[in-house]
Design a protein around this ligand. Structure first.
Ligand SMILES: Nc1ncnc2c1ncn2[C@@H]1O[C@H](COP(=O)(O)OP(=O)(O)O)[C@@H](O)[C@H]1O
Ligand SMILES: [Mg+2]
Length: 359
């Protein structure tokens, strides 16, 4: 019997479109090569009575999407994103209704809760920037006194939205810069630490935010950089590093996200500009070890996972610091750095893991 993998997604916008179609088409393509069927559906496409779904299928030969009824698949790859939208609840309802299907992955909690889970694992905790919740002025002052530069980030943020950086030097005044919730770069502001912390609190009113020690990841021209690593389970259920690349933020940006103007660069290129070849190699090893430990730790807490995208900053001494864990990583960075084989591997691995689970 042919194995069917169901990719669970959500319609976005009023026109109920399906996002990341090129990625989904690539999954269907790899599926054909592996001899399995990949179908795409949303909770809205399920007919519960008959346990069927009106799926979106990609016709690999004709290169086009079509609709067809299929039995509810028993293996599910959850790609539902946008936790803040009302439709996200549909995914949770689907999972509650069908707890016995084989899910390749499980949702993670917000950035703060994920931080708390990871902080309990000593090998990972060493690589976590000092982080706290911003509940009011006293948290902000305490944190500001501990670190000359801090990041302020929404606990449910993505893509660099709503992130601020407050930088203070002993001699000069402080500077606050960053992006608003729409990801537009805001005008930077200078002033005393307490003035700018008060301003920060006003900007953050109404939301939940983290305070985080800034990792000094600035290049000599002031641009920030970090790394995106993708770890995935392989066809024998083992965690492996699929690949990674560096991202360099735009000229006035405090974030490196590709969607916020960041540029993807090969990680060797990035590392060997700043470290010896030997040191670069050991940094990659350290990042890889860290990434796999993070995956194992989160899996223990949240249930089975098949992949994670990790944002890792490397400081001037070469130490990696975990900035963020993304449970549903894009693979665009591999295409942007010309790593086409890695892009395909990153598409294939979850499907191979699905085959492994179905046996
Ligand atoms: N503590 C930090 N130190 C240095 N840079 C940071 C820090 N936190 C975030 N950044 C920068 O901001 C970017 C976005 O932060 P991240 O925590 O990954 O949130 P998002 O979910 O919006 O991607 C990071 O990729 C990095 O460039
Ligand atoms: Mg990120």
């Amino acid at each position: 019997m042919t194995i069917t993998v169901g990719i669970l997604t959500l319609y976005v916008g009023r026109r109920r479109t399906i996002e990341e179609r090129p990625f989904l088409a690539a999954c269907a393509n790899e599926g054909v090569k592996l001899g399995i069927e990949v179908i795409v559906f949303t909770p809205e496409d399920v007919e519960h009575r008959s346990r069927r779904v009106r799926a979106h299928l990609y016709d690999v030969r004709r290169k086009r999407w079509l609709r067809a009824w299929r039995p509810l698949p028993s293996v599910i790859f959850d790609r539902c994103r946008y936790q803040s939208t009302p439709r996200f609840a549909q995914m949770r309802a689907f999972r509650r209704r069908y707890p016995h299907l084989q899910y390749l992955n499980h949702p993670l909690a917000n950035k703060w809760l994920v931080h708390e889970v990871l902080a309990r694992h000593a090998h990972v905790a060493r690589h976590l920037p000092d982080t706290g919740l911003l509940r009011g002025m006293s948290d902000a002052l305490r944190f500001g006194a501990r670190h000359s530069t801090i990041y302020i980030k929404p606990v449910n943020g993505t893509g660099g939205r709503g992130i601020l950086r407050l930088q203070c030097s002993p001699s000069a005044s402080c500077r606050l810069e960053g992006r608003n919730a729409q990801r537009t770069i805001i005008a930077s502001k200078t002033g005393s630490r307490s003035e700018l912390l008060r301003h920060t609190l006003r900007l953050c009113r109404g939301g939940s935010y983290l305070l985080q020690q800034a990792i000094d990841n600035r290049l000599s021209n002031g641009q920030v950089f970090d790394f995106r690593l993708v770890v995935q389970k392989d066809g024998s259920g083992k965690w492996t590093l699929t690949g990674g690349a560096a991202r360099v933020g735009g000229p006035r940006s405090i974030t490196s996200n590709l969607h916020g103007g960041g540029r993807a660069v090969g990680w060797q290129t990035m590392l060997t500009q700043q470290f010896t070849a030997k040191r670069s190699e050991s940094i990659v090893d350290d990042m890889k070890t860290l990434a796999i430990r993070v995956a194992e730790a989160l899996e223990q807490r949240y249930g089975r996972l098949c992949e994670l995208g990790l944002d890792i900053a490397v400081d001037r001494s070469g130490k990696p610091w975990l900035l963020e864990v993304n449970p549903k990583p894009a693979r665009e960075i591999f295409r942007k750095t010309g790593q086409h084989a890695t892009y395909r591997t990153a598409i294939r691995k979850p499907l191979e893991f699905a085959i492994f689970l179905s046996r």
